[in-house]
Design a protein around this ligand. Structure first.
Ligand SMILES: [Zn+2]
Length: 1083
């Protein structure tokens, strides 16, 4: 049914992703490069590959931060939004004897419902029904080695106590067959998974895993199946307390506090204005059904949840009759059914499917307006910090295929690129700083459309609403430019063909699309097939013109649709402290109502819970979790072909990889020749290259041309330390992709961007500044750990300093000044931009990287030669190296939040530590055991982890949505002690090694492989060094752990601390001991 899934917007609403990416380049690991960090701000709505519709991830399991490096924010949006179905990267579909499989299935009690060949993903898909329980299974077979399993339950909540979310966390805390504290963590530590997490949507809960290793894959599947059907949490009150909520009291004299992983995770979510906006909009759009409450949990409501309700919810909904199960990849389809039947056969049919049905919201007769307050800081002019968003529920009934597809296109036409009219007109109006609302959202039962602005003055709220309506009305009357329609069409087709899901498994992205219909009892195959309706839509546009296609949709679904909810959000500088005070007051009353013996009992229970949390699992229990052995691990690192040649005197790296006829290219320039004073302008310079016009074209035309001819172009700075060198690596990377016949166009467009774009559009530039500022402010609340990491890095090394200047607090301060400067001194800014172009883009300091198959690579050379010839060659100016640092002082960055982000870091090379591959194993182990147990499990934070940047030597600790501050620092400081006292048997050590290899060998699509190889080349990491690190990883011993203790000990004494935290917590910490000589207010 679901074509619009192709164009699915994702990452809107209550979604917050806890990814594991870190853009550093470990010598041994290629992995992190594939994980492009996700922009956290709204206009760049996340990557398609991730679930949208308000899904929430289980684990901030490992590093979440981006080391403060600046990353592209200006890549064409659609490329990030599309989830294309899997087109196998190798040319032939898998074949197997289907009759034989069906016979086998019947024997196991599965009935074949339907079998279809899906050309779009070169797969055979069979839908089975388990006769006894009614469980449905999609078994998708093809030759993709990145196998995916997922089990999904329909879990619509009736209130906002967060049951589905807490259950999602809890079922992975031990089960019948795997009776240990957290099998999930054991899998994180010791498997080769390419994906492992769980997410809660407003109406369903998903448990997906992926691996390229078959044995590993089935290990993961078994642990997950046992976890969802037979979890220990339904008998264990303490797990409910730990993951959900509980009162904590260390001794009867102290105050009672709330603790719980989900409780604190949600406090973080409720501190972010964009999240509040998404939640309020969704709830107001659907007041009558399950979407009127928050499946994630409202921190005010979570403490109302009882253990009885929690158990009952599991009993009712985590049942095969209410399950949809997905298998995908090149494994044996018989084995899938065999494993499943073992579990499913243990159940009888249940009435759950009736009880879990999601009912539609009836459409309103009249629009609704909602006003909500959000916690704002004291900084800046509050009257300019309003937000407004208009939302429509599009239909009461499910839409037909064609309509959904067309709506998806319409969404791209309206909002998909900076040149798209609705987006452009809203931003150019100057009425607000940045876009909110994600356009068309279609992952829930009824599709919706949302759009608005933030950073709006109170008196302009009305004007924003009028402008939205007027723009849509004009577009309905006048239609879209044919160039715009062509550009959208090409962009969408390109993305479908390329099917680039980044580091997200293709089979998982496919599963999420299928589930979005299947979960409502609709056809699970339809969302996988896009070719025919796409061709129909194209033909329809060709015959009737685009206006005839799109105008009626705008009319019907938006302009004349009375089911409209306008949400206005008002900044409230008191809200954060009021909420905090209310919580304290409530806890005080709880305490007052308790007798002395109640209090003693609570203190005892608190102690018992902590002891349980801090006691390691017995080795026998750990052995229950299946693991690979070192024999299963390849001895050599993953090989990426590279040929280093020259064209017209310029170095060209080529990677011969099968890419389905897409050519990926990076043109790399040295930043060193740039004047130092221009550094902070650089991100805006990059954005200007892509979003300003030339002499002959305005920026809309230029953007459309890029959309029509290529798969997208982005420009961004890249910085990193280089091991053993003072001087950091500083580059500008121009990244682009195109189908092979259009490589010439790609390089022509790159030339246009680099040489012809005019830096004359003052108003546009001003918009870039407001958008960047809004994005930075959003990061400060939602990804404070990234801000803290970047700040620490800036205090410890030059690359970190540069990155912080372009993406940290320093950058935010710069943007605030720049905003006024644009009006006063635009000419000097404009001429600086021009000067930057002259110094940066010269043939002399250029390098080209290409990834495609050899025949495309060969054909591309002539276009590259022409491109290089046209670049100016200016004499290298030579310049001073970048060696600045921020003062090495502990610092607190105060923001209006209820949870903190606490960091501490130091350079361990300076303490004499010399890099050994074992460091990867050890730092992963510290994250997954010591920090996970102390910062998350007993500390109650959503995440705690460490990160070792092997290029600079900076080792950092970070916590995420953390109720503590000083306590967390104490945990960091005890890490050396933890290592010295560590006992580890061979099994545990082997697991740690295998888990590390899993990171190092992370699955990469061809473009990511070519890019990793480029970065290794730039950083001087050789194949010999990779081999050596791998051998060191494989031979890691307990002795290495003990030796590493000395290195981390130096951080305890000489490290630097940065926390992004609430004012109260910082004040309290400083009262206890002066941790933060510097306190900075940023919001
Ligand atoms: Zn969660």
């Amino acid at each position: 049914m679901e074509r619009v899934a192709l164009l699915r917007t994702s990452g809107r609403r209550l979604l917050h992703r806890c990814r594991r990416g870190r853009p550093v380049v470990p010598a041994a690991a290629a992995s992190s490069l594939a994980r492009r960090p996700l922009p956290s701000s709204f206009p760049s709505r996340g990557y398609s590959a991730l679930p949208g519709g308000g899904a929430r991830f289980l684990a901030a399991a490992a590093p979440l931060h981006c080391s403060g490096r600046y990353w592209p924010a200006a890549t064409p949006r659609l490329a990030r939004r599309l989830t294309a179905p899997a087109v196998s990267t190798s040319p032939s579909p898998a074949a197997y004897d289907t009759d034989y499989v069906h016979e086998y299935a019947a024997k196991l009690g599965f009935e074949k419902v339907s079998e279809q060949t899906i050309e779009e993903c070169k797969s055979t898909a069979v839908l089975y029904k388990h006769k006894k329980t009614g469980a449905e299974v999609m078994s998708v077979s093809n030759d993709d080695e990145n196998k995916v399993f997922g089990i999904v339950f329909r879990t619509p909540p009736k209130n906002s106590t967060g049951i589905p979310h807490i259950l999602e966390h809890s079922v992975l805390c031990g089960s019948r067959k795997y009776p240990l504290k957290e099998p999930f963590v054991e899998l994180l530590k010791g498997s080769l998974h390419t994906f492992l997490n769980a997410f809660t949507y407003p109406d369903r809960t998903c448990y997906p895993v992926a691996s390229t290793n078959t044995k590993d894959f089935y290990n993961l599947v078994d642990v997950y199946l046992d976890a969802v059907f037979f979890p220990n949490c339904v008998e264990d009150f303490q797990t409910f307390q730990q993951e959900g909520w509980h009162y904590e009291l260390d001794n009867p004299e102290e105050e009672i506090t709330f603790k719980g992983v989900v409780f604190n995770e949600m406090k973080g979510v409720y501190s972010q204005p964009d999240n509040i906006m998404g939640r309020v909009s969704q709830q107001a759009l659907s007041p009558e059904n399950t979407y009127g409450v928050d499946s994630g949990g409202d921190p005010h409501e979570i403490p109302k949840l009882t253990f009885e309700e929690f158990k009952e919810f599991h009993r009712k909904f985590y049942h095969p009759s209410n399950a949809r199960i997905w298998f995908y990849g090149d494994d044996d389809p018989k084995e899938r059914l065999r494993v499943l039947s073992d579990y499913l056969d243990q159940f009888e049919a249940s009435p759950a499917p009736n009880e879990s049905k999601v009912l539609p919201q009836r459409l309103f007769k009249e629009p609704v307006r909602v006003i909500e307050k959000y916690p704002a800081g004291q900084e800046g002019d509050l009257t300019k910090k309003y937000m407004v968003c208009m939302n429509w529920l599009l239909s009461e009934e499910p839409l037909d295929v064609e309509t959904e597809l067309t709506l998806g296109f319409l969404d791209h036409l309206l909002l998909g690129t900076p040149a798209s009219p609705l987006r452009r007109i809203l931003l150019e109006s100057g009425l607000g700083d940045a876009i909110v609302g994600g356009g068309v959202e279609d992952e829930l039962l009824q599709p919706q459309f949302s759009i608005g602005l933030k950073g709006v003055s109170e008196e302009n709220l009305q004007k924003v609403e009028e402008l939205v309506m007027e723009t849509l009305k004009n577009l309905a009357e006048e239609g879209f430019a044919s160039e715009a329609v062509e550009a959208s069409m090409n962009t969408i087709e390109f993305a479908l063909r390329e099917n680039n899901t980044g580091s997200f498994p293709r089979g998982l992205s496919l599963m999420l699309r299928s589930i979005a219909k299947w979960i409502y009892d609709m056809d699970p195959f339809e969302p996988l097939k896009y070719e025919q309706p796409l061709q129909q839509l194209k033909a329809c546009i060709a015959e009737e013109g685009s206006k005839a296609v799109f105008s009626p949709l705008i009319e019907k679904y938006i302009l004349k649709n009375m089911h409209r909810v306008t949400v206005e959000m008002q900044p409230d500088p008191e809200k954060a402290s009021r909420d905090e005070a209310a919580e304290k007051e409530m806890l005080k009353q709880v305490k007052a109502s308790m007798t002395q013996s109640d209090l003693a009992e609570l203190a005892r229970a608190t102690k018992e819970l902590k002891e349980k949390q801090e006691t390691p699992d017995p080795p026998e229990a750990l052995k229950a979790v299946p693991s690979l052995s070192l024999q299963d691990i390849p001895k050599k690192p993953i090989h990426i072909p590279i040929e280093i040649g020259e064209i017209n005197g310029v170095k060209v790296l080529q990677h011969d990889l099968f890419t389905n006829d897409v050519v990926y290219s990076e043109v790399v320039f040295d930043m060193g020749s740039m004047k130092k004073e221009h550094l902070q302008l650089l991100p805006l310079f990059c954005q200007s290259l892509l979003e300003m016009g030339t002499k002959d074209m305005d920026f809309v035309q230029l953007n459309q041309l890029i959309g029509r001819k290529t798969g997208g172009i982005s420009v961004y700075p890249f910085t990193s330390s280089v091991m053993g060198k003072e001087d950091p690596l500083t580059r500008i990377i121009v990244r682009g992709k195109a189908m092979a016949p259009r490589v010439e166009d790609l390089f022509n467009l790159m030339y246009t961007i680099l040489q012809d774009v005019q830096f004359t559009e003052q108003q546009r530039f001003k918009q870039f500044v407001s958008q960047s500022k809004a994005r930075m402010e959003n990061r400060l609340r939602g990804s404070g750990h990234g801000i803290a990491a970047s700040r620490m890095d800036a205090k410890l090394n030059a690359a970190g300093w540069i990155a912080e200047q372009m993406g940290g607090i320093s950058y935010l301060e710069y943007l605030r000044d720049l905003e006024t400067k644009i009006d006063q001194d635009w000419d000097s800014i404009s001429s600086s931009l021009e000067e930057m172009r002259k110094t940066l883009f010269s043939k002399n300091c250029c390098l080209i990287n290409l990834t495609s198959d050899w025949k495309n690579l060969e054909k591309s050379s002539q276009h590259i030669a022409k491109f290089l010839d046209s670049l100016p060659s200016s004499p290298s100016l030579g310049s001073d190296p970048w060696l600045s640092r921020l003062p090495s002082v502990n610092e607190a960055i105060v923001v209006p939040t209820q949870v903190n982000y606490v960091g501490k870091a130091g350079n361990i090379y300076q303490s004499g530590y010399q890099l050994n591959g074992s460091a990867y194993v050890i730092s992963k182990h510290i994250s997954n055991t010591w920090l996970w147990d102390r910062v998350r499990v007993s500390g109650g934070a959503y995440g705690g982890f460490c990160d070792f940047d092997t290029h600079s030597g900076v080792f950092s600790y970070l916590s995420y949505r953390d109720p503590n501050l000083l306590k967390t620092l104490e945990v960091y400081d005890e890490t050396a002690k933890f290592l010295r006292e560590l006992e580890m048997d061979d099994d545990a050590l082997t697991k740690a090694i295998i888990g590390t290899i899993g990171d190092v060998d992370a699955y990469q699509l061809p473009d990511a492989k070519g890019y990793s190889s480029l970065l290794r080349y730039l950083l001087g990491i050789t194949e010999e060094e990779r081999q050596q690190r791998r051998e060191e990883i494989l031979s890691t011993s307990l002795k290495d752990f003990k030796e590493f203790a000395d290195a981390v000990e130096s951080i305890k004494d000489n490290g630097v601390v940065v926390a992004v935290a609430s004012p109260d917590d910082v004040e309290a910490a400083n009262k206890e001991k002066l941790v933060f000589p510097e306190v900075k207010k940023c919001l």
